[in-house]
Each structure stands twice: as C-alpha cells, then as structure tokens.
Design a protein around this ligand. Structure first.
Ligand code: KG4
Ligand code: ZN
Length: 332
C-alpha cells in the first residue's frame, strides 16, 4: 500500500510517498531557511504562510517523483504534533481534504515517534526493545522503546534542546540560522580541547540533559574576549570545543540509559543525529561498550515526510485512523 506522508510541524514543508512503510518512492523537502535567517530563528506566522504556499507543489512534486497519481494511494499520514500550531494546521487541513476527497483512511503521526520510525526505512531495521535518543531543534528525549507506539520517557532536557543550543551558539558566533550544520563545518578545523567548557549534569538525575549553562559559558567567554571570533583558528577551536561538550553530554546519557535498562540496542535520530562528530563518538562508544547502534542516514535525520508515511502505514494497518474533526497539538 502506498502512503502519502505530509510534514509541516516546523520550518520544513515535506511530502513523501512510501510503499508498505518500508520503501521510499519519493521524498521532497522544501526548507524555509532563507525566510527565517534574517530573524535568527523560526517566525511561526511566517512559517505557516510559507507552508500554505509550498505544500500543494511539494505534494505534487512527491507524486511526480514517485511516478504515481493520487488514485494510486492507499492512505494519507500527517504530522499531528508536537510542533508549531499554525504550521501543523496547514498540513492537517491538506491531509484531511485529500483523505476526504479520495475516500482514503487518514493517520495522525506523532513527530518524535516519526523520527524514531525513520530507521524502518533503512537496510538494517532494529529489533525492539531499544533505547532511543531523539535529538532535534525542539527536543532532547531519551526513551525506552517497546515498539513503534509504546515508549517510556527516561530523560529529557530541563532547558534548551541540543539543536537549540547549537543554533543559539551559532548565532552568538555570527554563523547565521540554522547554525548546527554550519557550526559543525567550522568545528572540523578546530581543536576540541582548546576551550574548557562545562558538561552540565544533575547528579541526582543522571538521564536529564541541560544545555543552557553551556550556551551561557560560550556567551561569557565571548563577552570577555570578543577577539576569539576575529581569528580563524580560535573561532574554529570554540566551535569544536562547544560541539565536543554537547557530544559528550549526549553520549554519556546514552551510555547511562543502556546500563540502567540493560538494553543492548541504541537508536539516535532527529536533526542533531546528522552531526558527524556525534555519529563518530557514538560509533566509538558502541565499539567499547559492545551494543548495537542504529543511525538513520542524514536525510532521514532532519525533518522529512518519509518517516511520517512509514509510521502512518503502521497506524493504518492497525486501524488507528483519525476522524475528520481531529485536531493538531503543540506539545505532548
Ligand atoms: O529534527 P529537525 O530537522 O527539526 C526539529 O524537529 O527540530 O532538527 C533541527 C535541528 C536544528 O536545531 C539544527 O541546527 C540541528 O537539528 N542540526 C544539527 C546538524 N544538522 C541539523 N546540529 C548539529 N550538527 C548538524 N550537522
Ligand atoms: Zn523534527
């Protein structure tokens, strides 16, 4: 069965066609980076308006790329939340309209569960249970995952998400928005030990993350010595030192979660899982600790609709469908 996936939870308008929850026939993503760059972050109202303009051409683009028409679809899946309400509403309205007009079943997909489901679209599909770290611009959540829809939250961030920390530090360093990937590029030429930055941890909550202190440490450093940004070497050193601190915070919690649960499988997904240094550090940890590591390819880490269609197919197969009065949700 072919499922059309629709994703509009933040600043990416995406549509995909996936066969049997497994094979990606098409995945189209229209980013809005340049629209929000001048504001240094996503402006929700602008994001919603741009989704409205982009969504139908993006859906048509996905159908064309897959070489199918609307009549070939067996179902529609859409991100229901969490995300920006105004942005989610656009995707939901389009998905409901298509489902109603074509008399197709509609599945509502949880965005974070979809990030986890992205791994279903890869060669090596893991068995459950597993520990999953969803690390994106809005979330840094560790889960014990029993199956695609049953999971227990083991730990989360008490302040900024890891991707948010990347974006805020990139902004402090004048690297533009969104900064994660640019900061990673700059860090490649830097020494990760050059600046001693904190690795914030809460001793009584070993699986809780905290990144705002790290961001403040970078801000304080730059206030004291603005010349760091003028020199190519020290700029790269700061980027590398910051990235290393985030990577250590993330990998240490993953190791701890595996120890606590006794689980031997780790999945890391979401936009920050596209970071090369994080992927390398996780691969090293999996070698030394002897657990299986699952990382989606880069295009399936950042927001896309293929992961929505993949999880949607499982919902539809299990009869978990949405009625046409279903609403979107911002949190949860
Ligand atoms: O999952 P995602 O595309 O959207 C959300 O659901 O939030 O994640 C976006 C986040 C942004 O904060 C972005 O800066 C970060 O992922 N990101 C990265 C990299 N690529 C994307 N952070 C570090 N290194 C990267 N290569
Ligand atoms: Zn996401």
């Amino acid at each position: 069965m072919l499922v059309l996936g629709v994703e509009t939870s933040c600043d990416e308008t995406a549509a995909a066609v996936v066969a049997d929850g497994r094979r990606v026939l098409a995945s189209v993503v229209a980013t809005q980076f340049e629209l929000h760059a001048r504001y240094g972050g996503v402006v929700p109202e602008l994001a919603a308006r741009r989704h409205l303009e982009n969504l139908l051409p993006v859906i048509q683009g996905a159908l064309d790329q897959a070489g199918v028409t609307l009549r070939d679809l067996g179902g529609v899946a859409v991100t229901q939340g969490p995300g920006l309400i105004g942005a989610l509403v656009i995707g939901m309205a389009a998905a409901k309209s298509l489902a109603w007009a074509l008399k197709l079943p509609l599945a509502g997909v949880h965005h974070l569960e979809a990030h986890i489901a992205a791994i279903l679209l890869t060669e090596e599909v893991p068995e459950f249970p597993l520990v999953a770290l969803v690390v994106s611009g809005g979330h840094t959540n560790l889960y014990q995952v029993r199956n695609l829809t049953e999971m227990t939250l083991l730990g989360r961030t008490r302040d900024d998400a890891a991707g948010e920390a990347f974006d805020k530090v990139a902004k402090l360093m004048g690297l533009g928005y969104p900064g994660g990937v640019v900061l990673e590029g700059l860090a490649r030429a830097g020494d990760p030990t050059a600046f001693p930055l904190p690795r914030p941890r809460i001793p009584e909550e070993p699986l809780t993350f905290s990144f705002s202190g790290l961001k403040t440490a970078v801000a304080t450093l730059l206030k004291k010595d603005p010349a760091i940004l003028r020199e190519t070497h020290s700029r790269a050193d700061l980027a590398a030192s910051f990235q290393e601190a985030v990577v250590e915070c993330l990998t240490s919690r993953c190791g701890e979660a595996l120890r606590q649960t006794g689980c031997r499988r780790l999945l890391v997904c979401g936009g920050v899982a596209a970071n090369g240094r994080l992927r390398q550090a996780l691969a090293e940890l999996s070698q030394t600790e002897g657990f299986q590591l699952f990382l989606p390819p880069l295009a399936l880490c950042t927001d896309n609709a293929a992961m929505v269609a993949a999880l949607g197919w499982h919902h539809l197969k299990a009869g978990r469908t949405l009625s046409l009065d279903a609403d979107v949700f911002a949190r949860g």
